[in-house]
Design a protein. Sequence first.
Lengths: 327, 237
Amino acid sequence: MITMNSRTDEATSEKAGVHAVEFRDVCRSFGRGKDKTRAVDHLTLSIPRGSAYGLLGANGAGKTTSIRMMVAHLAPDAGTIRVLGEPPIAHDEPTRSKIAYISENMQIPHWLTLSEAAALCAPLYPRWNGSLLEPLAKRFGLAMNRRYDEASKGLRRAMCIILGLCQNAELMILDEPASGLDTLARRDFLAEILDVVCDGNRTVVFSSHILADIERIVDRVAILTSGRLIIEGELDALKENVRRITLPKGAASEILPEKQDLFKVLRTQRDEERSKWVVVDFTPEKLAAFLQKFDIADPETVEVEGLNLEELFVESVQSGDANRTER
Amino acid sequence: MNRFILRLAYGECAVFLWPVLLILGVYVLLVKEPFRFFDGTLALLACGLGTVLGFRIFWDGGGVRAFLFSRTFSPGRLFLVRWLFGLAIIFGVGIIMAGVFVTGLRQAVQTALFANGWFPTVRFSETQVLGTYVVAGLFSYHTTLLFVIRHRYLGVAKFKGTAFVLRGVVTTLMAILFIIAGIFCVVALGVDMTVQSGYARVAVPVLLLVFGLPTVLQSILVPICGIYCYKNQEVES
């Protein structure tokens, strides 16, 4: 597992004290015997309070399982989880009122309208912000008196989102919440989440397949593969320090990553023409030292390119898959 | 919090509940023969009421459970309030029935419509049938409720094969008893509820033993099991 933090970020986390969410060596499996699948495999991560945290991973990576354990919808097989300082299973009602959870498949009782659902939910949440209700309904194009089962898939999703946003919760946990929304509605939803993020005192945990959404909202990401954490850290730091180095054909391409101690290599790819390394701790000084150490005469032949989030995600997932195959 | 749970519970069962109550009400008011200690038809109607309540209150879709279990109330409170809501309906209907007998409303209807010669003699003695109603209603409610919870809990829990079957044995046995009793009520004692038949002298004490005692035990065990299952079930997202 690779963690990337800026120095300022580490200092801030330490100063902030308690994390919003902490996973310590958490495991969770499904099935028995030959069919047993480890959905979460010794997961350790901490989500600082006040951060916007993205959980990324391919299908079956363990994102939803991890999120369900955060909200006590699943119990871990091993390890400890703390949400707002306590195990989720031990949360009392005041603590539960500080958490808003919106998931992809969540449904409201079919016969409720938005106004009825809001009227029922409002007394449960001391921080309920009813003034958001009508503007959000208008923004998403949702009638206040339309029953849930009379609404389209996208509007049903919007109803769940609106109820979640009105909770004005300290911790928002979102699992593919925008699934089913059209482009405009998704844009409106992201704008609302950005408002929450900018609050600074509230924490958002956001899981989505749409990397553009993640990139827009979050300041930290964790990438999971097969239940394991591959890479985690501040998004800007990851983009700054993760690079793909292409070594040309010849002696340079024969260098093995394990024979050097300058770079932490996430993944390597080799063919007849070249060797490509994805490294997570790139600096120009390290590159200069690398070139000197391995006597690479013409530095111009060494290509260094930055990775956007999508490329970083692909490389991390493929790295995790390769490690799993080796094991 | 309780208002939220109660409102949802009522909303889930209202559409089915009112027709059952209507049929029950019509039966209680219009049947001409006086009610005695046991009435097969009333027992069946009470079973219908209990079954409707058990299914409709507790059978949540996966997505709705994710919504419910994410609210501020604990799973234990959710179960308890729902369970008590069902009990309140069963006993509430029983109290209304008692009122119908004792206040003379049934007598008035019977006299007006049928000039029924049994009244006013049997006006108060008819309340003895309430025992049948309560036992049948409670037994069916708790059995249905346990079935639903067992399905939800064991359906996703890590128990397969033998363990799955064993854990369901008690509920399965109760369900079998329930079905047998239903058939027995109709076939052996007759839909016209004439309890002077030869079967009644044997059947009634047997029914009391077979259903009365388990009903009391169920009323104690169901909340314990229900809270445990609600706290430990895996909620789909």
